[in-house]
Write a protein that binds this ligand. Structure first.
Ligand code: TYM
Length: 332
């Protein structure tokens, strides 16, 4: 069975983009504890300006939401990255495998570094090395598949390059993983700015649906979504009508239809928005309920994370030890 690994950063409240682009695929995967690993990647949250208490709070909230979304702790391994030292141990060896040039080419680095500079903040060195830590997350477990949204394509590509390079130089050590993306909604766009990704930390929350938004808030955000000027026709064209295409993608992802075919059923934006709002509210209803139950007992979630970290450590340690040996380090 192909082992799958994926992760989510606790940098903000979880969004509909995270859910449709990634988390839903995790829940749908056939799960066995050793073959499905899902990680709250808290170390990645430290690469940009952060508030310590908030990162801690969002880490537990992310784990709680993942269980609420349907990850069954008996059938997968759910854990927090910083609980398993093997990630940072391996990241150093991969820093000795990656080059400065290939990291500076990463699109997300360039965007986030520009944003940090514009805000007058220094660019943390860890922002540059972030994709190497991400590669370590994946390679430490010999994962074959990485279910992610479209924006992680380049990072998984780098992970593959590093695995191949390491294997060629030092002997076969790592499985070369592959990214998988959902057929629709691999890139959910901001409702107010449909040419940019719906991201946890976008400045303006009005275009972002958070999984824990109240139903009225979800409805308001969807009804106020920016649609395209022009003749008001509902067609699925991401180039010329990104706002409408995004709504159709969301509807298709929620109801299981095809976005272009769904477009034919609408003659105006109002009805489309109402159906999208209903579909999203219904999709999130059970998740919100389950989250409320779980959040009342944080000790239960902490216990899941403790057991998950223990299992993850057991899987990662032999792989990382092998890499230490292969690269030429004298072992104790
Ligand atoms: P993060 O935390 O930004 O996002 C978590 C997952 O959600 C997907 N996603 C989206 N999909 C569709 N539309 C959107 N608007 C949208 N926004 C986010 C992301 O593609 C991702 O799959 N670097 C990763 C975290 C990470 C990781 C890993 C992932 C660290 N190590 C190892 C996989 C394997 C990130 O920043 O995801």
């Amino acid at each position: 069975m192909t082992r799958i690994f994926s992760g989510i950063k606790p940098t903000g409240h979880m969004t509909l983009g995270n859910y449709l682009g990634a988390v839903r695929q995790w829940v749908a995967a056939d799960q066995e504890p050793d073959d499905a690993l899902f990680c709250v990647v808290d170390l990645h949250a430290l690469t940009v300006e952060h508030e310590p208490a908030r990162v801690r709070r969002l880490s537990r909230q992310a784990a709680t939401l993942l269980i609420a979304a349907g990850l069954d702790p008996r059938r997968c391994t759910l854990f927090v990255q910083s609980h398993v030292d093997e990630h940072t141990r391996l990241a150093y060896l991969l820093e000795c495998t990656a080059t400065d040039g290939e990291l500076r080419r990463m699109i997300q680095y360039r965007e986030k570094a520009a944003k940090a500079q514009a805000a007058g903040d220094g660019v943390r060195l860890s922002l540059l090395t972030y994709p190497v830590l991400m590669a370590a997350d994946i390679l430490a477990y010999g994962a074959g598949e990485v279910p992610v949204g479209d924006d992680q394509r380049q990072h998984v590509e780098l992970t593959r390059d590093l695995a191949v390079r390491f294997n060629q130089r030092y002997g076969h050590t790592f499985t070369v993983p592959q990214a998988t993306h959902p057929a629709v909604a691999a890139r959910v766009m901001d409702l107010q700015d449909p040419t940019s990704k719906m991201g946890k930390s976008h400045e303006n929350g009005a275009g972002i649906v958070y999984l824990l938004d109240e139903p009225e808030v979800v409805r308001r955000k969807v009804m106020r979504a920016v649609t395209d000027s022009g003749d008001g026709a509902v067609v699925h064209d991401r180039e010329t009508r990104p706002g409408v295409a995004n709504l159709l993608d969301i509807l298709a992802a929620c109801t299981g239809g095809d976005p272009a075919a769904l477009a034919e059923g609408y003659s105006g934006y109002g009805a489309l928005k109402r159906d999208v709002a209903d579909a999203v509210v219904e999709l999130l209803r059970p998740l919100r309920q389950r989250h409320a139950e779980l959040a009342a007992d944080p000790a239960q979630v902490d216990e899941v994370l403790r057991e998950g970290a223990e299992r993850a450590r057991g899987l990662a340690r032999p792989v990382v030890d092998r890499a230490y040996e292969a690269i030429g380090l004298l072992r104790p």
